[in-house]
Design a protein. Structure first.
Length: 426
């Protein structure tokens, strides 16, 4: 054993203690003093490098320990923050669950396969039977009244209740359906419309009495002329034509009054497009031949064999009013196009387009109001009837016109309609 041997060269020194020198090591030490000195210097250099490496490793280890300590603290802080967020999310989820349970509206969540994932208590009150895990279409078929037609967003149940539905998608996965009971609201809307029409009956009666008196007096005068024996055949035909015109006018007044007083009716008749267009042409044929100096043409932009639901007579009357208005305003010197086309959502739109003088902007805002007319012979009910019929079908009536460039009147009907929301509920 060599103990506490000190080797030095310049300012570098290494203390070696307890270094065991084995026979093999002694055998490797050269006997030449110069070589021995060289070998000792090499060993000393190796020990110096080893000491430096040890110090570097110790520093690295200490730095690594510091990093681990810092990371441990950061992870602990992150874990604490995440737990806090999870607790907040859980609190919000519980609040949302309580809110869904307390909502008066029904909420149904449907997965991409059409299966109900969850439903709140209000939805269970609206729909009979099990909901969770059931195909939504099956639940709908079991609860919906198939014979009833309604507004596009309305759902009529077998017990007579009316639900308004809306939907939204949660990302690309689920569909959320929201249902609100609007039975009472629809009743009130219908009653308000009826009361509004009844409240205007007095004004209408006074106006109608005045309107009827003039053509009736003229008709009586023409009848008196016809009774004259000295009247020639040619003159008799002229008087008959004038009498017929006055009687047609009276008939139109009565029809407008009845349609407006009843508020229109949507009906549930399935109407074929081709048959409807043919009926309209037959209805207008006599008036067009007698009055129109321009062209009347039909532009059909949907399949003639396709069908829609509505009240055939009410719609024909409305379109007849629109065509007659165009001819009256222009004294027949106008070209008229009747157009039918499909619209987004499965509904249809019927348009009456003319190339007449157009309608001033100020007049367009009042043109569908009852008793509003710019013609001396008008009743002011023709366009009001159009509006009433469109409302009854759950649709809308509108006018588009630029003064001097003609006018377009349109009646748009949704895919499904229902006029009397409270039919059979009283």
């Amino acid at each position: 054993m060599i103990s506490a041997a000190k080797m030095s060269e310049g300012q570098n020194s290494i203390e070696m203690s307890s270094i065991e020198v084995t026979p093999s090591v002694i055998a490797e030490i050269p006997q030449d003093p110069q070589l021995q000195q060289q070998r000792l210097q090499e060993l000393e250099s190796a020990f110096v490098e080893f000491a430096k490496m040890s110090e570097g490793l110790e520093a690295s280890y200490q730095a690594l320990q510091d990093q681990v300590s810092d990371l441990t603290e950061e992870l602990a802080a992150a874990r604490s923050e995440r737990l806090k967020h999870l607790q907040e999310k859980e609190k919000i989820a519980n609040q949302l669950a309580q809110l869904l349970d307390a909502l008066p509206g029904g909420v149904v969540v449907v997965d991409p396969q059409g299966v109900i994932q969850t439903a709140n208590p209000a939805a269970h009150l609206f729909f009979e039977g099990e909901l969770e895990g059931m195909p939504w279409q099956q639940v709908l078929d079991q609860n919906q009244e198939p014979e009833e037609t309604a507004l596009e967003k309305d759902l009529v149940l077998k017990d007579g209740r009316i639900l308004e539905r809306s939907s939204s998608h949660a990302g690309q996965e689920e569909e959320i359906l929201l249902f609100s009971d609007v039975t009472e609201t629809r009743k009130l809307q219908y009653s308000m419309n009826q009361n509004r029409r009844l409240a205007s009956m007095g004004e209408m009666a006074a106006s109608l009495a005045h309107q009827v008196r003039t053509p009736l007096a003229a008709a009586l005068l023409y009848v008196a002329h016809l009774e004259k024996s000295e009247l020639s055949d040619e003159k008799r035909l002229q008087v008959s034509a004038k009498l017929r015109s006055r009687l047609h006018h009276l008939n139109g007044l009565i029809k407008d009054m009845l349609h407006y007083a009843r508020g229109g009716s949507s009906g549930d008749e399935e109407i074929e497009v081709s048959g409807f267009v043919e009926a309209l042409q037959q209805t207008l044929e006599e008036e067009i031949k007698r009055t129109l100096k321009g062209k009347f043409q039909v532009d059909l932009q949907l399949e003639p064999a396709s069908c829609f639901v509505g009240n055939r007579d009410a719609l024909l009357t409305s379109l007849q009013n629109l065509v007659n208005n165009a001819m009256d305003v222009t004294e027949g010197a106008v070209n008229i196009t009747f157009r039918m086309l499909s619209v987004e959502g499965g509904g249809i739109e019927m348009q009456v387009v003319d190339d007449g003088p157009g309608i001033p902007k100020a007049m367009q805002e009042q043109i569908f109001e009852p008793f509003y007319t710019s013609r001396a012979r008008g009743t002011g009910l023709g366009l009001a009837v159009v509006q009433a019929v469109a409302d009854a079908h759950g649709g809308e009536a509108r006018v588009e016109s630029v003064e001097g460039e003609g006018a377009l009147f349109a009646i748009r009907l949704p895919a499904k309609t229902r006029a009397e929301f409270v039919a059979g509920s009283d």
